[in-house]
Ligand binder design. Structure first.
Ligand SMILES: N[C@@H](CCC(=O)N[C@@H](CS)C(=O)NCC(=O)O)C(=O)O
Length: 329
């Protein structure tokens, strides 16, 4: 675990000293957009036109943010247009690395680098900041397009539609306000909430995060009792953003991050909903529990110094669900 300072790698854990023990996530720095015609997107510069074979995604199968992008790549039929490299789940003194000694890893299939930070300095030799996945790379311009998952999924949602003919819209205009509102609370209290609990270094920061997290899960449980999906009758981006946290919850966040007031298995509607999303065509292949458990329990030596990885819990995401009782479009 570390970061780049003026292009040089430094091995250090998150600094919570400035924030009363609270974990504060650093904003992503590469914010360009792929668009259908190469025009600039909402941020960054233009010149990143949607083209087959031009872009490459660097992901970890363990990371919930990278997982979003893998799900969109599947649902939008982009597997043959956008290639991927999968890092090793162990994020140790050199950060994300390209070891191949575990099933599911690929190495750096573009350049054969050893470490992800080499991609960041390949783009910006003096880069200072965290080295995170997902990372979207442009093979033509040899540049980073984006390292912000919430924006990468928006690009994948629409930029390639004319090339693929896939018109599935997970961010439809009429639901955007609702989706944005859901995302705001779910990001803060759930997606990032589990990290704020797990990486807190004071009792108070931890408890604040956990109370908000379970407040949000209780709210979602109630909402899902009579809505099939978060924004109503259609599955949207908001559901997939929640899914990547829910699917890791009982296996990792309950134990490793001490988010243990309840498990997802203890929530009736959330657990049926989780199984429906897991069973959605194309989604289960993006879920790798070995990488997920290994990454958290093995990489975070400050939290789990023995690096022993729990065997359980036992659960079956392919068991039947009851969501068909609710209306869907
Ligand atoms: N804002 C980023 C966050 C990505 C992120 O924090 N990824 C984690 C893995 S789950 C990471 O690479 N962390 C390395 C670090 O913080 O040094 C996004 O959503 O794309």
């Amino acid at each position: 675990m570390g970061l780049l300072v003026d292009g040089k790698w430094q091995d250090q854990w998150y600094d919570t000293g400035e924030s009363n023990g609270a974990f504060v996530r650093e904003g992503a720095q590469f914010r360009n957009w792929i668009t259908a015609d190469g025009a600039p997107g909402p941020s960054g510069e233009g010149g990143f036109k949607a083209e087959e074979g031009r872009y490459h995604l660097y992901v970890s199968l363990a990371c919930p943010w990278a997982h979003r992008t893998l799900i969109f790549r599947q649902l939008k039929g982009l597997e043959s247009l956008i290639s991927i490299s999968v890092v090793h789940p162990d994020m140790l003194e050199n950060g994300w690395a390209f070891g191949r000694d575990m099933a599911g890893t690929t190495g750096d299939t573009l350049f054969g680098h050893d470490y992800l930070h080499q991609l960041y300095t390949r783009d910006t030799p003096q880069y200072s900041g965290r080295v995170t996945v997902p990372l979207l790379w442009d093979k033509e311009r040899e540049r980073i397009v984006s390292n912000e998952s919430s924006e990468i999924i928006r690009m994948l949602n629409s930029a390639f539609d004319d090339l693929t003919g896939n018109r599935l819209d997970l961010y439809p205009t009429d639901l955007r306000e609702t989706i944005d509102r859901l995302n705001r609370r779910i990001y803060e209290e759930v997606n990032n909430g589990v990290y704020r609990a797990g990486f807190a270094t004071t009792q108070r920061a931890y408890e604040e995060a956990v109370v908000a997290l379970f407040g949000a899960l209780d709210w979602l449980e109630l909402h899902l009792a009579d809505h099939r999906y978060l924004a109503g009758e259609r599955i949207t981006e908001a559901d997939w953003r929640l899914f990547t946290t829910l699917v890791r919850f009982d296996a990792v966040y309950v134990g490793h991050f001490k988010c243990n007031l309840r498990r997802i298995a203890d929530y009736t509607h959330l657990s049926h909903y989780l199984r429906e999303l897991y069973q959605w065509p194309g989604v289960s292949v993006t879920v790798d529990m070995q990488h997920i458990k290994r990454h958290y329990y093995y990489s975070h030596g400050q939290i789990n110094p023995t690096r022993v990885i729990p065997v359980g819990p036992l659960f079956d995401l392919s068991a039947p669900h009851d969501r068909g009782r609710l209306e869907s479009l």
